[in-house]
Design a protein around this ligand. Structure first.
Ligand SMILES: *[C@@H]1O[C@H](CO)[C@@H](O)[C@H](O)[C@H]1NC(C)=O
Ligand SMILES: *[C@@H]1O[C@H](CO)[C@@H](O)[C@H](O)[C@H]1NC(C)=O
Length: 562
């Protein structure tokens, strides 16, 4: 008996040690934050001491890249370590009524950690799909590897602040006016030419259709603004005033409860700031030198500190891997209802959110700290990608990566620890939507980071940004008759194209073209990519509104039969 107890004890101890060896993992991903907004990346007027301390106490990735320049594809890539073009997620999901989402067949980062015994939570924005059919929450984070979800299935947008601008921004309002004009004039002509009754019927039908669209546009900010806890809608529309505080508390409580249960924690803080609608709260409101945008950045930094404090209090900061980044570049020309600029700053880089191949659209301010394993004050200037997050964490926890699918990320742990000094990537492919728009090539021992551009953005004249994100998405970049080659390492603003008619650049282009062919071959048979469709906005059956009404009705029913 004693021996058995002893053996059991040894087992317990052993399990305890193993569990404590697994680091806690916290990802803090900010929405639309520019690389030029962070102190550690050169900003001297915004106060970001907590983020700066992550860089100070860990590794600063000075050449880190988002896999896309818009939320949905960038996040889909981070979650799967695969370019969004492979998973059908290259477009932004614009409505909760969209029947699309991250396919269930994908193996995700949280799933990989769940398989290794992690307690996993997503706090904040999801934006990778919701209902596929009526009320089924088919694409919920709970079915993608998260044990707990508190946040928004979509994204914070201006409409949530009552500004109703998303439809204008993405160009649907203009289309609606055209549609109305066509419908009404056709009905009018028909009633004159053929038969008054047919004309009147058609007019009524047109009015219903147009009314439907108008209603959907005007109420977009209500039924896309749902706050969810696991599978329940807890608030609709979302209260932006209190959300920041609530997200922090949810994150802290998750860490505390899982720590008490002796489980390693994977917490994904998918932050609502600094996407418009800006909603900074006192004492940050009005406190920065950069208007509501700056206030929101400084509040974000404070939130990072709040989560850090919890880890410190529990004395688990040492063995916690804390990863801070943004989902892509800042939206430089974004403005609010008063015309103030409320988009991020991309430092010296040209381009903005929506520019999948321009540095400003994809360079992100990433810092990783893990005091137990990673060196302090370390700078990695080799190109890395958010695609690398999943394989790197898999290598840390001994997790599984798919062997049958193309995985585009690499394990960069050796780069973080300093055991390796060269990027594991030879090529990185840059997409804008579903179009391959540029390729990065890092030849060994050259120190160069070549980038061959196939397209070029149509920036607002006199600037290096799109006039609006709608223009970037709908007008799109133009095809270059002759691709342009730059060395980003020497020419980060990409202003001086290299002469590809002479060596060594002619051979560099040849190499890149070969890699392009191989890459394209690897895409044969990939899932077709989803494109947003205006009809999604008027499909009430898939809306959270119906969900909410149904939920309330069933609550009432259970109350009645009690
Ligand atoms: C700091 O960030 C603000 C807000 O985005 C920006 O306007 C300013 O130019 C940045 N400063 C530097 C030195 O990059
Ligand atoms: C939103 O939350 C704030 C702070 O908790 C509260 O004062 C306000 O009344 C709430 N607004 C609504 C519409 O519930």
């Amino acid at each position: 008996m004693d021996r058995l107890l002893c053996q059991l004890c040894a087992l317990c101890l052993c399990a305890g040690v193993l569990a404590s060896e697994k680091p806690n993992i916290v990802i803090f991903l900010v929405d639309d934050l520019g690389i030029g907004d962070i102190g550690a990346f050169g900003n001297d007027t915004l106060r970001t001491p907590h983020v700066d301390s992550i860089c100070e106490n860990g590794v600063k990735l000075d050449h880190d890249l988002a896999a896309a320049s818009l939320c949905t594809p960038s996040r889909a890539a981070l979650m799967t370590s695969r370019y969004a073009i492979r998973t059908g997620m290259s477009s932004v999901i614009t409505s909760l009524m969209s029947p699309q989402g991250l396919p269930t067949s994908e193996h995700t980062l949280p799933q990989m950690l769940q398989e290794k015994g992690y307690a996993t939570a997503l706090i904040g924005k999801w934006h990778l799909g919701w209902n596929r059919q009526l009320l089924d929450q088919y694409y919920s984070p709970l079915k993608r590897g998260f044990d707990y979800f508190f946040g928004l299935p979509l994204s914070n947008v201006k409409d949530f602040g009552g500004k109703q601008e998303i439809m204008v921004d993405i160009g649907f309002t203009g289309k609606l006016y055209k549609l109305s004009a066509i419908c009404l004039s056709t009905s009018l002509i028909l009633s004159r030419l053929i038969n008054k009754k047919i004309g009147v019927t058609m007019t009524i039908m047109s009015l219903i259709l147009i009314g439907n669209f108008l209603f959907a546009f005007k109420t977009y900010g209500i039924w896309n603004s749902a706050l969810i806890r696991n599978d329940r809608i807890v608030e609709m529309p979302l209260n932006l005033t209190s959300i920041t505080q609530r997200l922090i508390e949810e994150g802290q409580n998750f860490i505390k409860s899982q720590h008490a249960a002796e489980k390693p924690v994977f917490l994904f803080m998918s932050w609502l700031h600094v996407h418009t609608y800006m909603h900074p709260q006192p004492p940050f409101k009005g406190a920065s030198q950069h208007g509501p945008y700056g206030d929101a950045v400084e509040e974000t930094d404070w939130a990072v500190g709040q989560i850090m404090d919890t880890l410190k209090q529990l004395q688990i900061l040492d063995n916690t891997l804390f990863y801070f980044s943004s989902d892509h570049g800042g939206d430089k020309l974004e403005h609010d209802e008063e015309g103030r600029l409320v988009g991020g700053w991309n430092g010296l880089f040209r381009g903005n959110k929506g520019d999948g191949s321009q540095e400003g659209g994809i360079r992100v301010p990433t810092c990783v700290q893990w005091p137990a394993k990673l060196p302090r004050r370390t700078l990695v200037s080799e190109p890395t990608s958010q695609l690398d997050l999943m394989p790197t964490l898999a290598s840390i926890v001994g997790g599984r990566m798919s062997t049958v699918r193309s995985i585009d990320g690499k394990d960069i742990l050796p780069l973080l620890t300093g055991d390796e000094t060269r990027t594991p990537h030879d090529f990185i492919f840059h997409y804008t939507g579903d179009k391959l728009s540029a390729i990065r090539y890092m030849p060994e021992e050259s120190g160069a980071v070549f980038k061959l551009h196939y397209v070029w953005p149509q920036w607002e004249p006199g600037t290096d940004s799109w006039a609006s994100i709608g223009a970037a998405v709908f007008d799109g970049p133009i095809l270059l008759p002759n691709p342009l080659l730059f060395d980003v390492a020497r020419d980060p603003r990409e202003e001086t194209p290299l002469d590809t008619n002479i060596e060594p650049y002619a051979s560099i282009v040849k190499c890149i073209e070969e890699a392009k062919l191989n890459h394209e071959r690897s895409l044969i048979g990939a899932r077709p990519n989803y494109k947003p469709n205006p009809l999604e906005f008027i499909n009430p059956l898939r809306s959270t509104f119906v969900d909410y009404a149904w939920q309330k009705l069933s609550d009432y029913w259970s109350y009645l039969i009690q």
